[in-house]
Design a protein around this ligand. Structure first.
Ligand code: AFP
Length: 338
């Protein structure tokens, strides 16, 4: 029996490029290189449990290669591939303190910020994890990119997306023409379009927050969470609670099924008053995706995530993200207006 002819991610990226007559094809090529990195990481993630079984003293696998921690493997896979792809001038990784230069002969016109394996505490227990990426056009003119090229606000992204390694591997991305999702068919090693033009539901079914932090939250946050848990049939409350602890997985579920995710500021750690999540690698790319899908992303002090000018590579921000209707209500609570 013939297989149906699916739309591959490369075909889709190319078709989106034709919507922009000024495009040179470089962004499409950059995205295609990222797709290859994603497939490589996906294959390794699928072997996660086996690596230990096959490894000798946890150090070498059966081929005599070093068994790396998965997050280190993912970071190196993206770094090495993108540093010589020819389309990037500088990178920043959630795993590395400083900006990452590219190879001198391969300097391009884009910047790449990425979280190679988000949700890494879930790796060892076979729970969904993911890769997140965010792309900007460089500001500086020539040579290696500068850190300032990476410190651009979310509103200026030209592409963003994530790969979720779950019951199947999915890639979801936007270049500003909607949000599109692809599922990896491992039998042919190709991502096929499975979720064209994703729109997040108008209203949330789920709320996602680490309630273990309840006593560290501000009073306004506590009141909002009490509100979503209170019973009111007319407005569909209580919402159901779902929290995986991998932002990629929590975001993906809420994007498709409808939900609001919160990682608010708290007083748990005086060194991290702005919550836990990073602006460049987590909040900004997801804000771009959710806006493209019809939702909204803010901080708990009323700023639009997309409009925040980053001050440093690893800056943290409080994040409230999901269905617009629910983010609007959360905003009122967080500003003490409800
Ligand atoms: P790890 O990569 O250290 O597991 O952190 C994951 C994460 O950055 C994000 O993916 C989760 O939403 C969030 O942290 C979970 O944080 P808590 O464990 O504090 O709830």
């Amino acid at each position: 029996m013939e297989r149906p002819l699916g739309v591959t991610v490369s075909r889709h990226i190319h078709d989106c490029q034709t919507l922009h007559p000024e495009a040179t094809g470089e962004l499409s090529s950059l995205l295609s290189e990222l797709v290859v990195a994603a497939k490589t990481i996906s294959a390794e993630v699928n072997m996660a449990g086996l690596a230990d079984i096959l490894g000798l003293s946890g150090k070498t696998n059966i081929q005599g290669e070093a068994v790396q921690r998965l997050d280190e493997f993912a970071n190196n896979t993206i770094k090495r591939r993108m540093a010589r792809c020819g389309y990037v001038c500088i990178m920043a990784s959630e795993e590395e303190a400083d900006a990452i230069p590219v190879i001198d002969d391969y300097i391009g016109k884009y910047t790449l910020a990425y979280d190679p394996l988000d949700g890494s505490t879930n790796i060892d227990v076979n729970v969904n994890i993911g890769t997140i990426f965010s792309i900007h056009r460089r500001h500086s003119q020539i040579g290696q990119g500068k850190e300032s090229d990476l410190l651009q606000k979310g509103r200026d992204q030209i592409a963003a997306g994530y790969i979720v390694y779950g019951s199947s591997t999915m890639l979801v991305y936007t270049t500003g023409d909607g949000v599109h999702g692809f599922t990896l068919d491992p039998s042919v090693g190709e991502f096929f379009l499975s979720h064209p033009n994703i729109k997040t539901p108008e209203r949330s079914k789920y709320f996602s927050i680490n309630e273990g932090n309840y006593n560290y939250w501000k009073e306004e946050t506590r009141r909002y969470i009490e509100y979503v848990k209170s019973i009111d049939e007319e407005t569909g409350r209580p919402l159901s609670a779902r929290y995986i602890g991998s932002l990629v997985a929590d975001f993906h579920r809420n994007l498709i099924a409808g939900g609001i995710f919160l990682y608010p500021s708290d007083n748990k750690d005086p060194k991290k008053p702005g919550g836990k999540l990073r602006l460049l690698y987590e909040a900004a790319p997801f804000a771009y995706l959710i806006e493209q899908a019809g939702g909204r992303a803010i901080t708990d002090d009323g700023r639009e995530i997309m409009d925040i000018e980053p001050e440093s590579l690893h800056q943290r921000v409080p994040l409230i993200i999901g269905c617009k209707h629910d983010v609007d209500i959360a905003e009122k609570f967080l500003q003490g207006k409800m």
